[in-house]
Write a protein that binds this ligand. Structure first.
Ligand SMILES: [Zn+2]
Length: 241
């Protein structure tokens, strides 16, 4: 009875988010369900599902560019999607369909962060994400978006580990480590990177993955890590170029 089975499956699938929401409320922990796409997306489409796609391919904007997360699928989103598809060996058709989605699902955890980075790595300051220059919810979302760019950088550098020595900082955490008062760490969209790659390797490659603010060797105070952030404008790693 294929029709009956399918109907049962669909009913069960629809029921899951409701159950998850109730569990989240009763336990006092808000769990966003893993995002799933239900239609193909291509140049000209728009909506919140486009926005969720843009967040996951924002690490592929091309050299010295930042992809707008605006829910509008235009030429820049299409180009980023083609680069994402190429990076993972998919057909570069610029259309988000089953092959693209299955690759994204393989790359994402149930909390919609990429598999190689966690919220806890992006916040060693507190557990609330509060006390920075933006609301706690904004800081946490900024960190999630940053993680997808870090996932792209990590993949481009051969899937070797990248370690985050500092991510989000409240104002007090930032003062304690001597951070600049306008540091992007206060917004949750910055990370200081160490790991197996040389600092210059990371600083140079980061130019291709959507980071507007990159500070590395040659910039004062950045000889032992590479700082990358989604926001800001400064790019300086004079010893690398
Ligand atoms: Zn930093």
């Amino acid at each position: 009875m294929p029709n009956t089975s399918r109907r049962t499956f669909l009913t069960a699938a629809v029921a899951i988010p409701t159950t998850a929401a109730v569990v989240g409320l009763t336990s006092g922990t808000a769990h966003a369900a893993e995002f799933k796409w239900s239609r193909k997306l291509r140049n000209g489409t728009s909506g919140s599902d486009v926005k969720q796609l843009q967040i996951r391919i924002a690490g592929y904007p091309g050299y010295n560019a930042v992809l707008a997360i605006d829910g509008k699928f235009g030429a820049k989103t299409e180009a980023a999607l083609k680069r994402f598809q190429g990076a993972y060996g998919l057909a570069k058709d610029g259309v988000a369909g089953p092959n693209t989605y299955s690759k994204i699902y393989a790359l994402q955890d149930s909390d919609n962060t990429p598999i190689h980075f966690k919220y806890s790595e992006l916040n060693k300051c507190n557990s609330t994400w509060g006390g920075g220059n933006v609301s706690a919810a904004t800081a946490k979302e900024n960190a999630r978006r940053l993680m997808w760019k870090l996932e792209a950088l990590r993949h481009a550098l051969g899937d070797k580990p990248i370690t985050i020595s500092s991510g989000f900082r409240s104002k007090s955490c930032n003062s304690a480590v001597g951070g600049h008062s306008s540091s992007r760490h206060l917004y949750g969209d910055a990370a200081d990177l160490t790991g197996t790659h040389s600092f210059c390797t990371m600083a140079k490659r980061a130019r291709y993955h959507g980071f507007a603010n990159i500070l590395g060797p040659g910039y004062p105070g950045h000889s032992d890590h590479v700082h990358v952030a989604s926001g800001g404008t400064t790019w300086s790693a004079s010893r690398c170029f």
